[in-house]
Design a protein around this ligand. Structure first.
Ligand code: FDM
Length: 210
């Protein structure tokens, strides 16, 4: 039976080592000869992405609802490209996706259900890996960066919302990984989860949030 590429989302808190782990996963898939394409959200290169970038750097102010919708629009801009790649048999790895969208906006106080609405019917990942790290461990790693959400209290709240989102998924679709450990141990866990999907998936791409 024909297979399509797997859709993998990597979500994570600040200082969880997400960027490194995404690069490591991409390299591993490459070395196994599995076609892979990486997306990163927000994609700051599009017209919408430029507005998001300016907001994150605190160079502009936007209403919380408005920026939420821009983050979602940024995903919709690339949704067709993602679907096309999956149909061609390419594995798609996303560095952040709609779960970050919900987690960050809900952490600011917007209702969870309102936050989900603009992402309804986007392609749903087959697997989401959540790189979890305690605020204490993040502090040990040198604290947070300069951008708008990189503050301990915000990260705590985001972590709480991620927990709520995680509880809605089964163990095969959402895996929380302790990212407070050594890089190699985290990468090994990620590969254990991704490997079974890497040779392709039978059946259509699912939709958020069903
Ligand atoms: N972020 C990211 C959101 O608030 N909503 C979203 O939909 C997405 C995809 O943007 F603080 C936040 C999360 C993070 C910031 O992410 C930029 P990177 O990974 O640090 O570039």
């Amino acid at each position: 039976m024909a297979t399509r590429g797997a859709f993998i989302a990597i979500e994570g808190l600040d200082r969880s080592g997400k960027t490194t782990q995404v690069a490591t996963l991409q390299a591993r898939l490459d070395s196994e000869g599995i076609p892979v394409k990486l997306f990163k959200f927000p994609d700051r290169g599009t017209a919408v992405g430029k507005m998001i970038d300016s907001y994150l750097r605190s160079q502009s102010e936007l209403d919380d609802h408005a920026i939420h919708l821009l983050f979602s629009a940024n995903r919709w801009e690339l949704a067709a490209a993602i679907e096309q790649l999956l149909a061609q048999g390419t594995t798609v790895v996303c560095d952040r996706y709609a779960f970050s969208g919900v987690a960050f906006s809900a952490a600011k106080g917007l209702p969870l259900e309102w936050c989900r609405a603009p992402d309804v019917a986007l392609p749903a990942p087959d697997l989401t890996l959540f790189l979890d790290i305690t605020p204490e461990k993040a502090r040990e790693r040198g604290g947070y960066g300069e951008e708008r959400y990189e503050k301990e209290e915000m990260q705590r709240q985001v972590r709480d919302v991620f927990r709520v989102i995680a509880s809605e998924f089964d163990d095969a679709t959402w895996v929380t990984i302790d990212a407070g450990r050594k890089q190699d141990a985290v990468a090994a866990d990620i590969w254990d989860c991704v490997h079974p999907l890497a040779n392709g998936i039978v059946g259509p791409v699912q939709r958020l949030w069903v």
